[in-house]
Design a protein around this ligand. Structure first.
Ligand code: 5GP
Length: 349
C-alpha cells in the first residue's frame, strides 16, 4: 500500500484569480476553438462543449438544438441502426458535424458503428466509452477501431491518470475522456471507494495528452458554468455535461406531473433504472453505481445554453482571455475554503 500525500483538487476547492484585462465586454470573447488532431485528418471548429452520451441527454433532439450553437452532442449507443438512418437522412451537414457516435466495446457495437459511418461522410467523431478505461480489452478494442477508421476523430475513456492517457493516445485515441466518479448521478466513489478529484485529473491528464499532441475531454462534475470555466482553465480541451443539460425538452427522460408542476426523470447509466431498461435485469454480479433523480422540467435547452455560454464568456473577461483557447494560459487557481454565499438560497423567487 502507498499513499500519495499531495492533496488532489475538485472544482469546489479553487477559484480563478482575476487578472488585468483590456476586454471591454463579454461580447468580445470568442468561444470557438479550432482543433487539429493527432491521427485524424479532419479539423474541427466549434464550441468545445459536449452533451453527454447518457441515454437521456445524448439524444438526436439535443444534437439538433446544440448544433445551432456549434456545440457537440455525443449520441448514446442505444439508438437502432434504423433510427440512425432516419436521423441522418433528415439532418443537415452542419448538424452531423456536431455529432459524436458513441459505442461500447461489444461485437454488436463494432459492426453497428461501421454501418452508421457508411451512411454519411459528414460524421467525424467516434467515442468509445466504458466506465473503466483501464482494461486491456478496451485498449485492444480501441486499436481495432483505429485500424478501421484511420481518418476519424476517436475519443476514448474514461480514465483519470496521465500514464493511461498516454497509453490510450499511443493506441490510437485522438482525444481521451477523463473522469471517474465526479458525475451528478454517479455513485462509483461511494460504491467502490475509487475515484479522482476532477480538477486534478484534468490538470494531470491534459499535461500528459498535450505532450503527445492529444486532447482531453473533462467528463462529469460540472454543476455551474464556473466549473466549466475551471475545467477549461485547468487545461481541458473539451468539457462534457450531463446534469447541467438534464430536465429539458430535448432530453428523453420521462415527464411526470405532481401538484401541477412538471418534473423530468434523470438517471445514471449504471443505475438500476438504466440496467433494467437495457439488460432487462440487474445482473447478479453487478451493483448499481448510479442514482435516479426527479428534476424540475426546464423547457427548451436554448436558454440554459445561453446562460452557460454567458458565464464562460464572463470568466474569460475576468482574466483577459479574448479567446477560449487563452483561458488556460491566463488561469491562476487559488485554493479556497469558501465558494458561494448561500444565505438567501431558500428565498429565491
Ligand atoms: P455530470 O455532468 O452529470 O456531472 O456527469 C456526466 C457524466 O457522468 C457522464 O458523461 C458519465 O461519464 C458519468 N455517468 C453517467 N451515469 C453514470 C453512472 O450511472 N455511474 C457513473 N459512475 N458515472 C455515470
Amino acid at each position: 500500500m502507498r499513499i500519495e500525500e499531495d492533496m488532489k483538487l475538485g472544482f469546489k476547492d479553487v477559484l480563478i484569480r482575476p487578472k488585468r484585462s483590456t476586454l471591454k465586454s463579454r461580447s468580445e470573447v470568442d468561444l470557438i476553438r479550432s482543433f487539429i488532431f493527432k491521427y485524424s485528418n479532419y479539423s474541427w471548429s466549434g464550441i468545445p462543449i459536449i452533451a453527454s452520451n447518457m441515454d437521456t441527454i445524448g439524444t438526436f433532439k439535443m444534437a439538433i438544438s446544440l448544433s445551432k450553437f456549434r456545440i457537440l452532442t455525443a449520441i448514446h449507443k442505444y439508438y437502432s441502426f434504423n433510427e440512425w438512418k432516419n436521423f441522418i437522412n433528415q439532418s443537415s451537414k452542419e448538424t452531423l458535424e456536431h455529432v459524436i457516435v458513441s459505442i461500447g466495446t461489444s461485437d454488436v457495437d463494432f459492426f453497428k458503428v461501421q454501418k452508421i459511418f457508411s451512411l454519411s461522410s459528414a460524421l467525424k467523431y467516434i467515442c468509445i466509452d466504458v466506465a473503466n478505461g483501464y482494461s486491456e480489452h478496451f485498449v485492444d478494442f480501441l486499436k481495432k477501431i483505429r485500424n478501421i477508421f484511420p481518418d476519424k476523430i476517436i475519443c476514448a475513456g474514461n480514465v483519470v491518470t496521465g500514464e493511461m492517457v498516454e497509453e490510450l493516445i499511443l493506441s490510437g485515441a485522438d482525444i481521451v475522456k477523463v473522469g471517474i466518479g465526479p458525475g451528478s448521478v454517479c455513485t462509483t466513489r461511494v460504491k467502490t471507494g475509487v475515484g479522482y478529484p476532477q480538477l486534478s485529473a484534468i490538470i494531470e491528464c491534459s499535461d500528459a495528452a498535450h505532450g503527445l499532441n492529444g486532447q482531453i475531454i473533462s467528463d462529469g462534475g460540472c454543476v455551474v458554468s464556473g466549473d466549466i470555466a475551471k475545467a477549461f482553465g485547468g487545461g481541458s480541451d473539451f468539457v462534457m455535461l450531463g446534469g447541467m443539460l438534464a430536465g429539458h425538452y430535448e432530453c428523453s427522460g420521462k415527464i411526470i406531473e405532481e401538484d401541477s408542476k412538471k418534473f423530468m426523470l434523470f438517471y445514471g447509466m449504471s443505475s438500476d433504472s438504466a440496467m433494467k431498461i437495457y439488460s432487462g435485469e440487474i445482473r447478479g454480479y453487478r451493483a448499481s453505481e448510479g442514482k435516479r433523480v426527479k428534476l424540475p422540467f426546464r423547457g427548451n435547452v436554448d436558454a440554459t445554453v445561453r446562460d452557460i455560454l454567458g458565464g464562460i464568456r464572463s470568466s474569460c473577461t475576468y482574466v483577459g482571455a479574448q479567446k477560449l483557447k487563452e483561458l488556460t494560459k491566463r488561469t491562476t487557481f487559488i485554493k479556497v475554503n469558501e465558494q458561494e454565499n448561500c444565505i438567501f438560497n431558500n428565498f429565491t423567487y
